[in-house]
Design a protein around this ligand. Structure first.
Ligand code: AMP
Ligand code: GLY
Length: 432
């Protein structure tokens, strides 16, 4: 099968790495890809994976490429092309593509849509209200009823920056004004969701869906803040591990059902055919699991730990998701634990330099049970250099979390670049 992967991050490197292992794949492209993706080869015929210089949001050119190359399955990594309707466009042209269509992608692209849906169909979530620009006073009053302890969220995609956490009425009023009055988030903030502030342990859930069936993955946990001890600014994610010790298999099934059963019922009633990954961010509160938000794609860097544990052939899994035959697939996960440590450019998530040479990748590649997934990297004059905020996702797997953590950090020690920053406490919460 000829496959095109869209995206350029660590998530896409992990997808390409896993797809390349499948005997079904005869040719594999990634648009635009990165320096690590360009080094992968297919297990079947040793053919190199080709990176194509097309942006993930350049829908017409991606369509033309897929048509010209007779791509048989396109796999979409990031949220933006999904929100722009890449799935609808490809399907209209008779091409097979994996990911939610525009209507289904609203679970991520509109927090108002998601919150209304959760309320309507009884998906456990935070107490919340939805407000528009004409409802500033009502928004303030609602935040006041929560003593200002709330999350104020812009409706639309805002590069992960559209959520302001408030712990007092003054902060809440400022956040509301920033979005609804000053319009700092542009159109994305013309409607807002205000949620009560939930306390507990935050985990990531993923389930793969085919429109009727949802198959739950094991648990994982991201580390969103830039610095050790969950200090510093929010980032795209500085590291993950799977599984987490916070939910037994039994509790995972029970909690997963509490979320996915009403979610699937709602999708059926609203005629939403969700094909892809639904990824609820979940707070494990004293009152049970509560969904903070939905994403409509694989998490990054959750994918790096999931795909190093997945034993199914990924092509067969994605194919079943597109064909509506997931019910026939048994998900198989290795019992090993996996840890991913993100190495980022100095200054990330603020401004940072690019083009710093990365040393030690060959040494890290010699380590068993470890894989360095590239994110913001590029090839310049034969040298791999930094080319983004999150640069590498150094991932290792072992019989337990402690050994996997040690192996991931041993690989990190092999790699250097000017200004490299990474957290030293990935998975530490699980190893108390
Ligand atoms: P979101 O993009 O909606 O997941 O929000 C980003 C981050 O803000 C989440 O990963 C949480 O850490 C935090 N957050 C969002 N909503 C809440 C909430 N209702 N209570 C506590 N923390 C929240
Ligand atoms: N790991 C956070 C995200 O993918 O949104």
């Amino acid at each position: 099968m000829k496959i095109l992967v869209i995206g350029s991050g660590g998530r896409e490197h992990a997808l390409v790495w896993k797809l390349a292992q499948s005997p079904h794949v005869t040719q594999l492209w990634c648009a635009p890809g990165n320096a690590g993706i360009a080094q992968e080869r297919l297990a079947k015929n040793s053919a190199p994976v080709e990176c194509v210089n097309l942006g993930a949001e350049d829908l017409p050119k991606l369509l033309a490429f897929a048509q010209e190359k007779k791509v048989e399955l396109t796999v979409v990594g990031p949220d933006n092309p999904l929100a722009l309707g890449i799935v609808d466009l490809f399907q209209k042209s008779g091409l097979r593509i994996w990911g939610p269509n525009r209507k289904a992608a609203q679970f991520e692209s509109s927090k108002v849509f998601s919150q209304d849906f959760m309320q309507k169909y009884g998906v456990p979530t935070a107490r919340s209200g939805v407000f528009t620009a004409g409802e500033v006073l009502a928004a303030r009053a609602f935040a006041g009823s929560l003593d200002g302890r709330c999350a104020v969220k812009a409706d639309g995609l805002a590069l992960g920056k559209g959520v302001l956490i408030c712990t007092s009425e003054t902060e809440a009023n400022k956040a509301i004004d920033e979005m609804l009055v000053a319009k700092s988030f542009g159109a994305a903030g013309s409607r807002i969701v205000i949620q009560e502030l939930l306390e507990g342990i935050e985990i990531s859930l993923h389930a793969i869906c085919d429109g009727k069936t949802a198959k739950l993955f094991p648990t994982s946990q991201d580390h969103k803040r830039a610095l050790d001890g969950d200090a510093g600014l929010n980032t795209g994610g500085m590291g993950t591990y799977s599984p987490t010790p916070f939910l037994s298999d039994h509790a995972l099934t029970e909690f997963g059902n509490k979320i996915l059963t009403p979610w699937l019922r709602g999708c059926a009633e609203e005629r939403i055919k969700f094909c892809g990954i639904i990824y609820p961010g979940v707070m494990l509160t004293k009152g049970g699991p509560k969904v903070l938000e939905f994403n409509a794609r694989f998490g990054d860097p959750e994918t790096q730990v999931y795909l190093t544990r997945l034993e199914n052939d990924l092509v067969e899994l994605l194919d079943a998701s597109v064909n509506g035959t997931l019910g026939k697939i048994e998900m198989k996960w290795s019992s090993l634990a996996s840890v991913c440590v993100v190495m980022a450019s100095g200054g990330y998530p603020g401004s940072y330099a690019k083009g710093k040479p990365i040393h030690g990748l060959e040494d890290a590649a010699m380590l068993p049970n470890a894989k360095v997934f590239h994110a913001g990297t590029a090839l310049k004059d034969g040298q791999i250099v930094t080319n983004g905020g999150r640069v590498l996702g150094v991932t290792a797997w072992a019989k337990d979390l402690k050994s996997a953590q040690a192996a991931a950090y041993a690989a990190v020690e092999k790699i250097q670049f000017d200004g490299a920053q990474f957290r030293r406490d990935i998975a530490a919460k699980a190893l108390f």
